[in-house]
Each structure stands twice: as structure tokens, then as C-alpha cells.
Design a protein around this ligand. Structure first.
Ligand code: ZN
Length: 312
């Protein structure tokens, strides 16, 4: 009897392993907060975004909920940005091997560190990326002269850049982001910057949705340009997400699409976003692996040793 139970146990476990091998994932787009911005909670047109997902009351429960999701989904690395240096420190200290940190822009659209400080923080491994740059929220175009010294530092020192493009929360211009303009999210507005900085390592967040044809134009002409699928994979209708993803895959960018969540105040979005990629019927298993891990590993220049460790 014991033997039968043991065999049964092994069979069930082998089976669950085959269905869900829990391969590692990189999330290239998370956010950390210092406190929970009340205006976001109150007005972020949440209904269409959050869809009944629970939202934590304060920063520490937010971090804990994100860590639970990370554990559950075998996320091994997460590029997390914030408007608060304190929040970046808290998150990095909580799991130094897990979090890479990025600096966001403040309400006026300025990155929260000066170009010199960015370089200093980068050298000391306290900041690993420039962005997510929410210039669109402040009514600023990506090629605004104010940004030039930042792009130069990023290009010179190999600091990854994440530019917010495309959509924002419905109702934003009438609530928390009066200067937000839809058309400032067009991916082609990034072109002058890429022309000037051919070696800059950059990705466009949200793949520029709904301007997918512009994203295709940009990724075609600029082979260094990557894109993430944050928000599209949990806040849009599944049909809209799959249509956009399929267009990008069909255009031949399967090696440059990176998984990101952009969980904001709703950590449970992480699981939903991963599930949406895993269930995309038009993707092969290899393509899913590229999106969920390999492409970000290439973008971030991870060492073979780190990649092997993530696969242990
Ligand atoms: Zn964004």
C-alpha cells in the first residue's frame, strides 16, 4: 500500500512539474512607493485598471504583497522604479539579489536625481536604470532639451533607459495628471533621441499601445530598441492585449519583447499578467520563455553565472 501511495505521489508530482515547471521570470517593470499616493488611490480611474484587485493600505504591505507574488511566480529579478529614493533603498535592502532600481520623474517631469547623481548612484549599485520616465504625464516630449544630459550619461555609462509610452489611466488629464496628453505617448517622438544616442540601451514601456504601428516602425529601424508589455497584459481586454502582442511578434520582434507588469497599486496584477502570457495560444513555448525571461536577460546583459543561478 505504501509503495502504491509513493508511486501515486511521484506520478502526481511529475505531472504537475510537466505542466508548470516554474521556470524563472524577469519582471522589467514594477513600481515601489513611499506611502501610497492618496491621489492615485482616489482617482486612478481604478475601475477600468484595477478590476476589483485589492490595493494595500500602506507602503510596507504593498512591498509584502509584491514579494508574495514574486515568490509565487518564481520571479528572479525585477526592475523596480520609484519617485522616492527612500522607497528604492527599502526595496533593495529587502531583497538585494532580486531588485534592480530605477529612478522615475517627479510631478514636473524631472528625473528625481541630477545627471551627476545618477552616475554616482549607478556606480554604487544603488540605482540601475534611468526610468520609468513619465514625461508624458508632465506634458513633456521625450526629446525635451531638459533630458539631454540624462540621455548622455545613460549612453556613456550603459545605464538602461525606460521611457513610458502610449496609454495612461483613463480620466488622468481631469484628475491626477492635468498635463498628460495622449499624443505625447507616441513612440516615434523618441526617434530624435535614438538618432542622437545610437548606443543608448532603451526600452519603451507599454510597447507604445495603442500606437502599435509606430512601435513597429521604431523597433524595425532601431534594432537596439526593446519594448515591455506592462499594463497591456492585465488592464486591457485580453483581445486587445493579444492583438497587440501578435502584431509585434508577427513583425519579427520576438527577441525584444520583455515581460513587465507595471503593478502600481495592485500587486495581484503580477499573477494575472504572467497567466495572460502563458495562455497566449499563438506563442510557442520558446517564444514565451523569451518574453518571460530570455529577452530581459539579454537586455540587462546578465552573466551566464546569474542566468544559471536563476535556473537552479
Ligand atoms: Zn508607464
Amino acid at each position: 500500500m505504501k509503495k502504491i501511495l509513493l508511486i501515486l505521489f511521484l506520478v502526481i508530482n511529475l505531472d504537475s512539474f510537466a505542466q508548470d515547471p516554474q521556470l524563472p521570470i524577469i519582471d522589467i517593470h514594477l513600481h515601489a512607493y513611499q506611502g501610497v499616493p492618496p491621489n492615485m488611490k482616489a482617482s486612478w480611474a481604478g475601475e477600468s485598471y484595477a478590476q476589483g484587485l485589492s490595493s494595500p493600505e500602506n507602503a510596507s504591505t504593498h512591498l509584502q504583497m509584491v514579494l508574495d507574488e514574486i515568490e509565487k511566480n518564481n520571479i528572479k529579478l525585477a526592475l523596480t522604479s520609484s519617485t522616492s529614493i527612500k522607497a528604492l533603498e527599502t526595496w533593495q535592502q529587502s531583497r538585494p539579489e532580486l531588485f534592480l532600481m530605477g529612478i522615475q520623474t517627479d510631478d514636473d517631469g524631472k528625473p528625481i536625481l541630477s545627471p551627476d547623481s545618477l552616475k554616482l548612484y549607478f556606480d554604487n549599485n544603488k540605482v540601475n536604470a534611468l526610468g520609468e520616465l513619465g514625461l508624458q504625464y508632465a506634458g513633456i516630449a521625450p526629446d525635451d532639451p531638459m533630458m539631454e544630459p540624462y540621455y548622455k550619461v545613460a549612453e556613456d555609462y550603459g545605464i538602461p533607459v525606460c521611457l513610458h509610452t502610449g496609454l495612461g489611466p483613463p480620466g488622468g488629464p481631469h484628475t491626477f495628471a492635468p498635463k498628460f496628453r495622449t499624443t505625447l505617448g507616441k513612440p516615434t517622438l523618441f526617434e530624435p533621441v535614438l538618432v542622437k544616442h545610437p548606443n543608448m540601451k532603451a526600452f519603451i514601456a507599454h510597447a507604445g499601445w495603442p500606437y502599435i504601428s509606430e512601435t513597429i516602425a521604431m523597433m524595425y529601424i532601431y534594432p537596439n530598441l526593446y519594448a515591455d508589455i506592462g499594463v497591456l497584459n492585465w488592464a486591457l481586454t485580453k483581445k486587445a492585449f493579444y492583438t497587440a502582442l501578435k502584431q509585434l511578434m508577427d513583425a519579427g520582434f520576438g527577441k525584444r519583447i520583455m515581460f513587465g507588469t507595471d503593478q502600481m497599486l495592485w500587486p495581484e496584477a503580477i499573477s494575472i499578467a504572467i497567466k495572460a502570457v502563458k495562455e497566449a495560444h499563438f506563442l510557442s513555448e520558446d517564444q514565451k520563455r523569451d518574453i518571460l525571461y530570455n529577452n530581459a536577460a539579454t537586455f540587462l546583459d546578465l552573466s551566464e553565472e546569474t542566468i544559471a543561478k536563476h535556473h537552479e
